[in-house]
Design a protein around this ligand. Structure first.
Ligand code: FAD
Length: 546
């Protein structure tokens, strides 16, 4: 049995009329029609009046047109937004809203889309009845009849003028900020917790070129980690940033080191996750706003003054060292005949005639011993030095600078390949400086003796876990395989022109390296010159002191 009455209120004219129709349907009305009207009251369908009211009261401007955009219906929001009463626009084309500022190409694209039975979405410049212009964000959807042809178009639009203004202001703010950042001489970058650079300025981009494409942020972060213990992953928890921390960067490719005074503040990262919308902002991930001021120039001036001081210091050290070498050499040389005399005296006396000789030998031994004693007394004591944290890159660079004159006069090219960031080693700075000076001086001497046209010294530093590896290579005369261990023995001198070389350089160098818990060796498989490897443990000094 078909339910013949749908529920209604008194004011529902349409529903009343349907109810009247259902109460006495005209003769021959198909049962399908009666069923369709009756089912409108069932739980599965809403009454048509309700649909009508939903559209009428929807808070978005809705219009229904025929296939030529002639308006058939508009809702209340349309009237409010456009300022037109429905009687004023029904029967007119939607173009009544066009302010003529929308390019024709947009309309063409709109019509091409809806004519191919697709939904069009876009923005048009409209004007209200008052001629005031506004931006309409419009969706047009074709409504098909049962033959699949477009019977109507449903248009829905809202005013996005304010949003557009906000967007424009935001763009302006962004442009302004970018212009200010780009005009600033300092390097500025915002680095996310995953080390991605979210924002940077011209000065930062210039560094990418200087650093041969290596991301400067990663070099800054590594240097900050190594040199001041800064950890990006904990910056959010720790909360504090850092100010004017001076760090050193060694650009890849061996260019001169650069110094930057860095400041950093943490900024909570954007949280765009939908599930966090109602949560209080308590981001655990932070970005780092990094501001770095290059101070290489002032560092250079300080460095120059330091170098002069080191030069004077080293000259003094050198003098002491030369004296030690000369006296040690003399002791070594005198010791040999004294040992022979001692051996001769220890033999039993053969007869009266040898007595005179024995007395002479005893006198010679006595004066020899006295001479040895005075030589030992004259031997300057080695300088005792405290340990400190030493940046080997910096030290090597300094030594190369100290040797500039010798390098230039011998026409030697230095291929300087430092690790971009190197941990500091706990060591005796003067001893280490002396060590590298020996190695570089040896390389220079070797190149001078080789008399080759192209003369090169390559210096390379690397970090291998807790060890630093330093390589000094030259394309000079090289060291014969048989002498690769011998060269570390005291007073071994293989130079063609020994001049002031006493053959103690590599002995001293080895002493220094061993004193730092490391080792030094000559590459046995290297031909066409010499390659010396030095391995220094980062905490080797502590260990050897314990
Ligand atoms: P017209 O000379 O009418 O048209 C400009 C160009 O649009 C033509 O050169 C042609 O390429 C194309 N075009 C226009 N009519 C047709 C057509 N019937 N078939 C194929 N191509 C055609 N416009 C607005 O400016 N603001 C609105 O809010 C807006 N709402 C719309 C809502 C609906 C549901 C529909 C169907 C259209 C709506 N339009 C709206 C588009 C409007 O009908 C006009 O096409 C447009 O305003 C341009 O009118 P015009 O008089 O400036 O130029």
């Amino acid at each position: 049995m078909i339910q013949r009455k749908i529920q209604s209120t008194k004011s529902d004219n349409l529903v009343d009329r349907i109810n009247d129709f259902l109460a006495s349907p005209p003769e021959g009305t198909p049962t399908e029609v009666l069923e369709a009207f009756s089912s409108l009251d069932s739980n599965q369908f809403l009454p048509p009046k309700l649909f009508y009211e939903l559209v009428e009261q929807a808070p978005i401007a809705i219009s229904i047109t025929d296939p030529t955009a002639r308006i058939l219906y508009v809702n209340c929001a349309f009237e409010t937004l456009t300022g037109y009463a429905r009687e004023e626009v029904i029967g007119k084309n939607e173009s009544v809203l066009s302010s003529k500022s929308t390019p024709e190409s947009v309309y063409r694209e709109l019509w091409e889309t809806i004519h191919s039975n697709k939904v069009w979405q876009g923005t048009l410049v409209n004007h209200r009845k008052s001629q005031e212009e506004y931006l309409a964000e419009l969706t047009i959807s074709p409504v098909n009849n049962n033959k699949g042809q477009t019977a109507y178009f449903l248009g829905m639009h809202r005013d996005i003028t304010e949003m557009h203004q906000l967007e424009q202001r935001l763009k302006f703010q962004k442009n302004l900020t970018e212009a200010a950042l780009n005009a600033a001489p300092m390097v500025v970058a915002v680095v996310a917790a995953d080390r991605k650079v979210l924002l940077d300025n011209h000065a930062y981009k210039a560094l990418i070129g200087d650093f041969r494409g290596v991301e400067p942020a990663s070099l800054f972060l590594e240097a900050l980690e190594q040199q001041v213990g800064f950890d990006l992953s904990t910056v959010c928890q720790v909360g504090s940033g850092f100010t004017n921390v001076e760090i050193r960067l060694d650009p890849p490719g061996g260019a001169a080191p650069r110094w930057f005074a860095c400041s950093g503040v943490h900024v909570p990262e954007l949280d765009e996750a939908a599930h966090n919308y109602f949560k209080q902002a308590e981001s655990t991930r932070c970005c780092l706003l990094l501001i770095a001021n290059e101070v290489t120039g002032s560092r250079k001036r300080i460095q120059e003054a330091r170098l002069n001081m080191i030069r004077a210091n080293m000259a003094e050290q050198q003098m002491v060292q030369t004296m030690r070498e000369a006296i040690s050499g003399a002791i070594f040389k005198i010791q040999a005949p004294l040992n022979v005399i001692k051996a001769a005296l220890s033999m039993p006396a053969a007869g009266q005639e040898n007595m005179g000789m024995r007395i002479v030998l005893q006198q010679a031994l006595k004066s020899g011993d006295e001479a040895m004693e005075s030589l030992h007394e004259a031997l300057p004591s080695p300088v005792v030095e405290k340990t400190s944290l030493v940046n080997i890159n910096e030290l090597l660079h300094e030594v190369v600078k100290l040797s500039t004159e010798n390098l230039l006069s011998a026409g030697i090219v230095v291929d300087w390949r430092p690790a971009p960031v190197l941990a500091e080693v706990n060591g005796r700075i003067n001893a280490l400086r002396g060590l590298f000076k020996y190695l570089i001086d040896n390389a220079i001497q070797s190149l001078i003796e080789a008399k080759q046209d192209y003369r090169e010294i390559r210096i390379q530093t690397k970090q291998d876990n807790q060890d630093l590896l330093i390589e000094v290579m030259d394309n000079g005369v090289g060291i014969p395989k048989a002498h690769r261990l011998k060269v570390f023995e005291p007073f071994y001198c293989g130079w063609e022109q020994p001049k002031e070389h006493a053959g103690m350089g590599l002995t001293m160098a080895q002493e220094v390296v061993i004193g730092h818990g490391g080792n030094v060796e000559i590459d046995a498989n290297f031909y066409g010159g010499c390659r010396v490897f030095v391995r220094l443990p980062l905490n080797g000094m502590e260990e050897t002191l314990l």
